[in-house]
Design a protein around this ligand. Sequence first.
Ligand SMILES: C[S@@+](CC[C@H](N)C(=O)[O-])C[C@H]1O[C@@H](n2cnc3c(N)ncnc32)[C@H](O)[C@@H]1O
Length: 505
Amino acid sequence: MRDQKQRKAEFGDFQTPISLAREVCSLIARTGFCPASILEPTCGTGSFLKASLETFPEVSRVVGFEINPQYVMQAQHAVARTFPHTSVEVHQSDFFLTSWSEIVEALPEPILVIGNPPWVTNAALSTWGSNNLPMKSNLDNLLGIDALTGKSNFDISEWMLRKNLEWLNARNGLLAMLCKTTVARKVLLYAWQNRLRIESASVYILSAKEYFRASVDACLLLVQSNPTGNSKECQVFRSLHAQRPDSVFGLQDGLLVADVKSYLQWKDLTGTGFRGWRSGIKHDCSNVFELRVERGNLVNGIGEFVDIEKEVLFPLLKGSDLEAHKQPHRWMLVPQKNLNDDPSYLKDRAPKAWKYLTEHAELLDQRKSSIYRKRPRFSVFGVGSYSFSPWKIAIAALYKQLNFVKVSPFGETPVVLDDTCYFLPCQFEEECDLFYELVNSEPAQQFWLSLIFWDTKRPITAELLNLLDLTALARLLGKESELLKFSHSAVAYGNTKAGDKQLVN
Ligand SMILES: C[S@@+](CC[C@H](N)C(=O)[O-])C[C@H]1O[C@@H](n2cnc3c(N)ncnc32)[C@H](O)[C@@H]1O
């Protein structure tokens, strides 16, 4: 039973209900597209083959492919019974081993490439030891691109959809595929960056819970191609039945922006001036580094009393605390003042803290992230003078709101944040108040909202926040001279140009 479940997951095996396939096909018909041929590259039991034949009975060729031989038989049976006079071919084949160029070349235009590719990630496949993946060389190619954008995990549907769009490049065709919304965006970004000939694109949000009992943001991706297409925008419809788009995302100035219209209105706020957003401290071992107070005693995550020097202890706020507007109720042991410090200096400076860390070395050495491997033992990341600034403007990275919080010192001690937060370090309360006003201003909010895709796991990042030039914003709001008063603070925390990295969500 478990094996069957795993096999289903490994092959991203969620068959589309025929009702949904029919809705998709009637939407395609409403757009005016009328295919001469239909191709479904991973057709499963054939819902889309059947629904598309019902909707476009005049089509001259229909071909389906599927890896699972039982499904191939089911699909053949499903279409043969309903359309005894149409020639429909269903073949058993592995997507990654199929010679697609010959197959697609032989299809008459306009071509409809339709379906629902497997929803599974390479990370999940590797934990199961599965090889349902592109060949290694092709994979390296994909990861090469992803490495540039800082992403190494990918959905195999993303790979397949890229290929689907390449087949349709410079041909008259329509891609109509169900996929995760994040995958749809990445695939479009790939197509736009690679100048594939796209006439128009749209996504229609749908409830994966309703159709597949999966809790993930899902959509129907429609991409119309033709030899002269040059579009780099995508309309977003709230549902399969929506008449008008809610927004348009697209590629602008090399950035993937969530709301093109709004971005164009506020894009002058991007710049190379003052940007100082930082990530909170990353330690990956809350059981050791995070302490709570119980009846006047410090207690760690495994329930032990802890006695260490005050100078390494800082009141802590996490993203969830920021969202709930809580005061610090935990402490963090911070073993460095700067990224390059070796925590072993604590031997002399804070011997009790050093003893505590060495006694918990086993837990600390187990930290999985590769970033710790080349660092001195017990190191943490995202630490610098800015971590200890007395005042901060902070925001939770994982929450779906643009909510900034003014963080004041706790007593005399600066509050530190963990890596579920981003923050702007400030030396003075007056400076913090100015930034609070700036980041909550209409232009700043509209600028960031034009860039944020709320359905991503971490919608807010330092990279995204740093796209806004605070000097340009202050100028727009007539606050430039006030901002200038705090330029020495900016220098102290290294709040200079953050580097023009590509923003991809
Ligand atoms: C999400 S299901 C969708 C099936 C069908 N397209 C539908 O809409 O009902 C994905 C399908 O991809 C098939 N599949 C998975 N890996 C494949 C591969 N490497 N080559 C061909 N088909 C594959 C699975 O067996 C499964 O039937």
